[in-house]
Design a binder for this molecule. Structure first.
Ligand code: GCU
Length: 410
């Protein structure tokens, strides 16, 4: 099953080199080791923290642990940026939406990112919305023939529309903005950090990130924040009501973006698995050592030292989700997506409860893993969808119901 999925993914040029299922993959609960999760509410000096200490020091400490051990540090330096409206149409999608295609030029126009944005026409401005990166180019997300091709191919137009449900979002009154991930950092196993955004931040003589500096996930997360920067300048958008969303590797990036950038009002992880929503310590499905050769560049170089030593990580993914608190967080899994460890994804979300509790927000602390297609929507939402590793209309309907609850203005 896994190798079939991987082969398919490769054919769809999403996958780098997961040619076959690693022989040592554990899919048996019996072989999940006994583990103890690090406590988000005990600081590095061993002291218990309350909400004030969480906000003033512990939160930053936890973020730094993720920077050092997993994703690498994102440069804080701001690049200058210039936006250019390349194309727009107030009657797109049969008159239901306003479409904008905006180029963001960074530095001295050295680097360009193309944002595709749809805004619903039937709701009063400014509107809430979603931001996510796409795998194959903006033209893949819906059938609209006016989406600029950039480097993509005509034959791929609309190829991923089922994953984006643009018209459903518009009909439900939410805007959607997307960028092709490869415009931020090409997702390619030969990735040497020379052809994406990284070089704009190198110091004199530097040619690749240091061991605790950002990899591709860090760059993609950075890109998500840059889309939000643009949305802050668009008066049709309410940038204080924007959710960040991502699927799979881009779900890992969405979680990391939402953890670092508290301007995101809501965070959605769809089937993000290892290095995303799943607990490392369960050692179920994909593990660090499976990732090093094909996609080690997604993470910082330091991440490798935890291969086969997950129990030594200073954090686990419930703490990544804790960084989202008290904002609404949604984690979704799929029954056939064992490689991503649905139970590990649920348990990470559940174990973020202590930090949500600091803010007196209801979360998954008292909940058991639900049956397939039985979503739970507290401030932390979760569902297990019947089916494969994918984003479907079912997933989006849950995210939109959740957003109705948390992103609508009062
Ligand atoms: C592979 C990889 C996962 C990743 C997925 C994807 O399956 O092992 O970690 O989430 O690709 O991004 O599609």
């Amino acid at each position: 099953m896994i190798w079939m999925r991987c082969l398919l993914l490769c054919l769809m040029s999403e996958c780098v080199a997961f040619a076959k299922e690693p022989a040592d993959t554990n899919y048996d609960e019996v072989n999940v080791p006994a583990y103890e999760l690090p406590n988000a509410l005990i600081d590095n000096a061993g002291n218990a923290v309350d909400v004030d200490a969480w906000l003033s020091t512990r939160r930053a400490e936890v973020q730094q642990l993720f920077e050092d051990a997993i994703y690498g540090k994102t440069p804080r330096r701001k690049l200058s940026v210039r936006y250019e409206l390349i194309e727009s149409n107030p009657t797109a999608l049969g008159g239901r939406a306003t479409r904008k295609q905006v180029a963001a030029f960074f530095g001295r126009d050295e680097y360009r990112i193309d944002i595709l944005l749809y805004i619903p026409n039937q709701v009063a401005n400014p509107v809430a919305g979603f931001v996510g990166l796409n795998f194959g180019g903006n033209h893949t997300v819906c059938s609209d023939p006016e989406i600029l091709l950039l480097n993509g191919q005509e034959k791929d137009r609309n190829a991923k529309s089922s994953r984006w449900q643009v018209e459903l979002l518009i009909d439900r009154g939410f805007a959607i903005a997307t960028v092709h991930r490869d415009q931020i950092d090409p997702d390619n196993y030969r990735n040497d950090f020379s052809d994406g955004i990284h070089p704009l931040f190198y110091l004199e003589g530097q040619t690749k990130p240091r061991t605790t500096e950002w990899g591709a996930i860090g760059a993609w997360a950075w890109g998500l924040s840059r889309v939000l920067d643009y949305l802050e300048t668009d008066d049709q958008i309410d940038a204080s009501r924007i959710a960040v969303i991502g699927h799979s590797r881009l779900g890992k990036a969405a979680l990391w973006a939402g953890a670092q950038d508290t301007r995101f009002a809501m965070v959605v992880s769809n089937d993000s698995g290892c290095g995303g929503a799943a607990l490392y310590r369960r050692c179920y499905g994909e593990r660090i050592h499976h990732m090093i050769k094909p996609v080690g560049y997604w993470f910082c170089a330091n991440h490798q030292q935890y291969q086969l030593k997950e129990q030594e990580l200073p954090v686990d993914q419930h703490m990544l989700m804790s960084l989202v608190a008290p904002r609404p967080l949604y984690v979704a899994s799929a029954t056939a997506d064992r490689w991503a460890d649905p139970k590990g994804e649920f348990l990470a979300a559940k174990n973020a409860a202590s930090v949500y509790g600091l803010f007196e927000k209801p979360s998954l602390g008292e909940h058991k893993m639900p049956r397939a297609n039985h979503p739970i929507h507290t401030t932390v939402g979760y569902h297990l969808r019947e089916g494969e590793h994918d984003v479907t209309e079912y997933d989006w309907r849950q995210y939109l119901n959740f957003a109705d609850k948390f992103l609508r203005s009062e």
